[in-house]
Design a protein around this ligand. Structure first.
Ligand SMILES: Cc1ncc(COP(=O)(O)O)c(C=O)c1O
Length: 392
């Protein structure tokens, strides 16, 4: 590493330590400083620890109220929520689903689980989310309408859905994406696993498409240990979602009848109890995260490094703060240096189109995706312990 970079990278570490203190600094850790223990004990005392229980319903109401969605259906994780969402909007075996190559593996796996094929289009540099222009260009070149269906002319398959993702909590250009999807009669499903608390205008992410999936994995802005949720404004979809994530059991006080193939994907009451306590603190966490992001933004501006901050027209949750280096070499030096100093940083995901399971999938040039893949780094972003008294 050259000396100028070494000095710059040490400055970054010093700044991160000024927020998070000494010792190992994780990328993102959960905070349990509210009613978590109390609600877990209530759950255990009630004997309702599994997928039936009051806390599951309460948790769903919290998330629906917070996001402004009419319905929320809790699931065992975000991947299951995505898989079920795709199935419910009518994606079938051998269909194609357009998504971004710059995403976490779960987006693609959910498509694969129902026998459909991912197709990758590029992202925008300013959001790291699916680009509406790339989507429009791809459809113009490769799609046509046949018998009311959108067909990929190269493969002959139906393109039934599009899943953009709000990367690291930064909203993608979802209104423009929705417009393109509407023009082509493609169902819009939002992967909002990372964007609880992120808005476009006054609307919460996840409320632009037909249905959306959230994750409450341990690394997310709030957590249920493991968990996910489907949100939608469509009552019929919501009822179907609840039915198939609870093994498609026909409600009855003692009979066991299942009327289709469902899944055991309902969130347990124990996890939901954790989620209720976490939801009570979400607004507060968002204020603290915005404060950390502002500090980072000012600091990185002062040393000439690009930091993702305050995009026009949207309000991110700053789940994982993100910087971009000018070269892959500097990025690698930074990752080596910070991790050797016990400050956890990590590169963005390897593109899905490079993974052996998905390298045969159709894609556009992915020019921006390749560029970002080499340069993007996440830096520590947790809400610090209240003892650190971040907000002065
Ligand atoms: C973009 C994205 N999609 C889907 C998921 C899947 O969520 P889960 O880990 O809860 O299955 C995650 C997170 O883990 C994610 O980051």
């Amino acid at each position: 590493m050259n000396n100028i970079n070494k000095i710059k990278h040490q400055k970054i570490i010093d700044f991160i330590r000024s927020i998070y203190g000494e010792g190992f600094i994780p990328l993102h850790r959960p905070i349990f400083e509210g009613n978590e223990r109390k609600y877990l004990v209530e759950c255990i005392d009630s004997n309702f620890v599994s997928s039936v229980g009051r806390k599951v319903v309460e948790f769903e109401k919290y998330v629906a109220d917070f996001t402004g969605a009419k319905f929320a259906i809790a699931t065992v994780n975000g991947t299951a929520a995505l898989q079920v969402s795709l199935q419910l909007v009518g994606v079938r075996q051998n269909d194609e689903v357009i998504t971004q190559a710059l995403t976490f593996i779960a987006t693609c796996n959910a498509i694969h689980y129902i026998g459909a094929h991912p197709v990758f289009v590029d992202v925008d540099l300013d959001t790291m989310g699916l680009s509406p222009n790339a989507l429009r260009d791809f459809l113009k070149e490769y799609a046509e309408i046949r018998d009311g269906y959108t067909i990929n002319k190269t493969t002959g398959r139906r393109i039934s859905a599009c899943i953009p993702m709000h990367t690291f909590g930064i909203p993608c250009k979802i209104e423009e994406i929705r417009k393109v999807c509407d023009e082509w009669s493609i169902v819009l499903v939002e992967d909002m696993a990372e964007s609880l608390g992120s808005y476009v205008g006054k609307s919460h992410t996840g409320t632009f498409g037909k249905i959306a999936a959230l994750s409450f994995n341990g690394n997310k802005i709030i957590t249920t240990g493991g968990g996910g949720i489907i949100i939608t404004n469509d009552e019929e979809l919501a009822l179907r979602a609840k039915h198939i994530v609870t093994t498609a059991k026909v409600p009855h006080s003692y009979e066991f009848v299942h009327d289709e193939i469902g899944y055991n994907y309902r969130l347990p009451n124990l996890n939901a109890a954790l989620g209720c306590a976490q939801m009570e603190r979400l607004s507060e966490m968002l204020v603290i995260k915005a404060d950390i992001a502002e500090r980072y933004a000012n600091f990185f501006a002062s040393i000439g490094i690009n930091f993702y901050y305050s995009p026009i027209g949207s309000a991110p949750n700053y789940w994982l703060n993100t910087i971009i280096f000018e070269t892959a070499e500097e990025r690698n030096d930074f990752l080596d240096f910070t991790n050797s100093q016990e400050v956890m940083t990590r590169p963005i995901w390897r593109l899905m189109s490079k993974l052996t399971m998905y390298d045969h999938c159709q894609r556009d040039s992915l020019r921006n995706s390749f560029w970002l893949e080499e340069r993007v780094v996440n830096i520590p972003s947790s809400v610090p312990n209240s003892t650190l008294k971040l907000i002065s």
